[in-house]
Ligand binder design. Structure first.
Ligand SMILES: *[C@@H]1O[C@H](CO)[C@@H](O)[C@H](O)[C@H]1NC(C)=O
Ligand SMILES: *[C@@H]1O[C@H](CO)[C@@H](O)[C@H](O)[C@H]1NC(C)=O
Ligand SMILES: *[C@@H]1O[C@H](CO)[C@@H](O)[C@H](O)[C@H]1NC(C)=O
Length: 396
């Protein structure tokens, strides 16, 4: 199955475990490795159906890989996974409860919309409409920002934009393209979180980027007294947000004024993300506000998300890169990733390392918290981001 990658195979090299030459495509290798391990297949590690945003993220990558290669293996894997969490009647399973008003499972919604567009099977539209109905009742701050979950009162997290709003846009485009209330609302989700989490000019460790989240009521243990934002910039939260920016611009109508708002946020953030990369390695710190501090480290999911977002943003003309420095930075980071975070296994698959397991604002949100969380081998949040980054890199 992987023999096409064994370009320079030799028995001697095999014995020292360096038999595998560079695969022709890291995107293919990442996808095939995930599939071989059964990752992102609609089931939890315990084998029960799971409406998981990680699976949604992988499916987003597999769908592009399918479109690039024409290899139906990737499409079929999406169908198999999504079918485990949607019944024939279109009921969403896998632990989904509308009443939780969690934005996380909604990230599987773009898959449902994609499968509906491919098959016209009603069940996919029915399932997507369940999520769309959730958004109609989603609790909001006084300004209109969706709460991340019902149990996180008044809290907007950057993660939630990726989880909820790319789906919201695709649903609107597919079924309510003239619903300007919806388009305005989607743009507002992006602009409110930007305004409320953007570092102020005189802030400590100011790099002009976005804190992980904010509490509109300023009551969370981590909320700053003046603006309610959390204290640190966590790379993956910003990574989710930047992916959500480039992905939604492809969907959003250019005639709606919200398009320009979203575009200008991406254009403001891109050079700051470039500048926040570590000058030696080219990749990004887990806690971006504390470069070099003891226990901080270069984290692989956020780094891969930035590479994907920057390269895709430049490719589609959203990000102006007149001096080429943004693509240069993304390439440098990508090369570091491949050299340091991709591990070749003897069975021909690859491992992906250095992805932090979680970063949540359910705790105290401090530096000590973020660095206390461990990394997980082949964590799909990072591996899927590497697939996405590779798809962009390989188009250069
Ligand atoms: C499609 O991808 C699978 C998994 O990598 C591979 O086994 C198969 O040979 C590919 N098919 C074609 C037609 O390239
Ligand atoms: C348009 O979108 C708004 C905001 O999401 C929603 O409340 C409304 O029901 C939608 N209109 C239609 C006709 O579906
Ligand atoms: C915050 O939480 C971390 C672990 O989650 C803990 O190590 C640290 O002591 C806590 N800090 C404060 C100020 O409570």
């Amino acid at each position: 199955m992987f023999s096409s990658y064994l370009i320079f195979f030799s028995p001697l090299l095999y014995m020292v475990n360096e038999a595998l030459a560079r695969p022709q495509s890291y995107a293919v290798w990442a996808a095939d490795s995930a599939i071989k391990r059964g990752q992102g297949n609609g089931l939890s590690s315990a084998g029960t159906p799971s409406a998981s945003y990680e699976h949604g993220e992988l499916q987003w990558g597999l769908r592009q890989l399918y479109e690039r290669t024409g290899n139906k293996t990737y499409y079929d894997y999406i169908v198999t996974g999504a079918s485990r969490i949607v019944t024939d009647a279109g009921v969403v399973q896998g632990g989904y409860k509308l009443a939780d008003y969690s934005l996380d499972p909604v990230r599987t919604g773009p898959t449902f919309l994609y499968l509906y567009s491919q098959t016209q099977q009603t069940k996919w539209k029915t399932a997507a409409t369940t999520y769309r109905n959730q958004l109609n009742g989603q609790p909001r701050t006084g300004e209109g920002q969706f709460w991340h979950k019902l149990r996180y009162f008044n809290q907007g997290w950057l993660d939630g934009i990726y989880m909820g709003d790319v789906f919201y846009a695709q649903y609107t485009k597919d079924f309510q393209p003239t619903n300007t209330t919806a388009w305005d609302d989607i743009a507002m989700q992006y602009t409110l979180i930007y305004k409320n989490t953007l570092q102020a000019a005189g802030a400590p460790n100011n790099i002009g980027l976005l804190y992980h989240g904010y509490d509109y009521s300023h009551t969370a243990v981590w909320a700053s007294t003046d603006r309610g934002h959390s204290p640190e910039i966590w790379d993956r939260a910003l990574g989710w947000y930047t992916m959500a920016l480039v992905d939604v611009l492809e969907i959003f109508p250019t005639t709606n004024s919200g398009y320009k708002s979203i575009l200008s946020i991406l254009q403001a953030l891109a050079p700051k993300i470039r500048d926040a990369a570590d000058p030696t390695t080219g990749v990004w710190w887990l806690v971006m506000t504390q470069p070099g501090r003891a226990k901080n480290y270069f984290e692989s999911s956020g780094s891969a998300m930035f590479v994907y977002s920057l390269l895709k943003g430049v490719r589609l003309g959203y990000i102006k890169d007149t001096d080429g420095s943004i693509v240069k930075a993304a390439k440098k980071a990508y090369n570091y990733m491949v050299a340091n975070w991709v591990i070749t296994n003897t069975d021909g698959t690859m491992n992906w390392i250095n992805t932090v397991e979680v970063g949540s604002l359910s705790g105290n949100g401090t530096y000590d918290y973020y660095v206390s969380v461990g990394t997980v081998l082949n964590d799909l949040k990072g591996l899927a981001a590497f697939l996405l980054a590779s798809l962009e890199y390989e188009r250069l």
